[in-house]
Design a binder for this molecule. Structure first.
Ligand code: PEP
Ligand code: MN
Length: 334
């Protein structure tokens, strides 16, 4: 249930109402004039309480806090060098799949920045399909990534795979990435939900849109409302020519259902570098708030995800086109 309060209310009466509702097993969460009461679908108001209330929405989605019914306005995430969400802007995030060395990530940061990226990506803890594949440089990788981003005036996005790493990674990053394989790792979601670090939640390989929204609600329920959702392709019956199936319709659907920024990841969606640019075009055209893309200057020798990495020249051409497309789209809105 969502209770929409009047613009001006008698705080004493509202406090009594919220206390009464909190007596149920639900947790009452209030942001300004919006009050979310998850798991409660009905309330009988006293006359003085009813006078404080503009509207009660009883039929709510499972992800109450993430719902547009709870917060109609877009969530806008502000970082030192980037703004994510809201109208008109487009946030580029780029970098290698893995942090490979201090020198390499510095080189890639320069390229990423030149293409208009304001966030540098790179994994220091890698979720690999095989335990024998490269697992990441760990804390050294985080240090290299942070230094490369600082050197270029960029923010950092990096994956947190395990709840025991949350505090350590928070020291180095501006955004926690939760990988597709961890979308429903509820203890990890709860752990990042207790922090104030923005979270980029990737859609699971077999995650429905409701699964993704419910997963985001775990983060929001912990008190962290700085969330963005990443569409990175899902598993379908056909992965012969693309690594995953890019569900672009998820972008406008999520934007309708939730106020969180939606970001596209064409790299993991298709898995082949020559398919990334057309899908990057499609990603911006879908109305996403930003994009995360993998780059490498020697993809054949990349420690991970080489086949999908864009070489610098291709990346620079792609981002130029993507920003031009975004400008064209903005001219339609004007
Ligand atoms: C990544 O960003 O390198 C990654 C592992 O992504 P995903 O969780 O989407 O597979
Ligand atoms: Mn990758």
């Amino acid at each position: 249930m969502i209770i929409q309060l009047n613009q001006t209310v008698n705080e004493e009466i509202v406090a009594t109402l919220l206390k009464r509702l909190a007596a149920t097993p639900a947790t009452v969460i209030r942001i300004g004039t919006h009050v979310a009461v998850p798991e409660v679908n009905q309330v009988t108001l006293m006359a003085d309480e009813a006078a404080q209330v503009a509207e009660i929405i009883e039929k709510t989605p499972a992800a109450v806090l993430g719902s547009r019914l709870f917060q109609p306005e877009d969530t806008i995430i502000k970082l030192p060098h980037s703004t994510i969400g809201g109208k008109g802007g487009f946030t580029m995030m780029a970098g290698p799949c893995s942090v490979e060395s201090e020198e390499h990530v510095r080189r890639m940061a320069k390229v990423a920045k030149e293409g208009g990226a304001t966030l540098l990506r790179g994994g220091a803890y890698k979720p690999r399909t095989s335990p024998y594949s490269f697992q990441g440089l760990g804390e050294d990788g985080l240090k290299y990534l942070r230094a490369a981003a600082d050197e270029n005036g960029m923010d950092v996005i990096t994956e947190v795979m395990d709840e025991t790493h949350v505090d350590l990674i928070a020291k180095y990053t501006d955004v926690f990435q939760i990988g597709a394989r961890n979308m429903q790792n509820f203890s990890l979601l709860k752990a990042v939900g207790k922090t104030k670090v923005p979270v980029a939640l990737k859609r699971g390989l077999a995650g429905t849109i409701d699964d993704l929204l419910n997963a985001s609600e775990y983060i929001a329920a912990g008190g962290n409302h700085q969330i963005m959702l990443l569409e990175r392709g899902i598993r379908t019956f056909d992965n012969k020519y693309t690594r995953n199936t890019f569900d672009l319709a998820a972008v406008p659907v999520l934007q309708k259902l939730t106020h969180y920024p939606v970001i596209v990841d064409p790299s993991h969606a298709v898995g082949e570098w020559d398919l990334v640019t057309p899908m990057a075009h499609a990603g911006v055209a879908s109305g996403a708030s930003g994009m995360i893309v993998e780059i490498h200057d020697d993809p054949e020798h990349a420690f991970s995800d080489g086949p999908q990495a864009l070489k610098p020249k291709t990346y620079l051409k792609m981002t130029k086109e993507v920003f031009e497309l975004k400008e064209l789209m903005n001219s339609w809105e004007a």
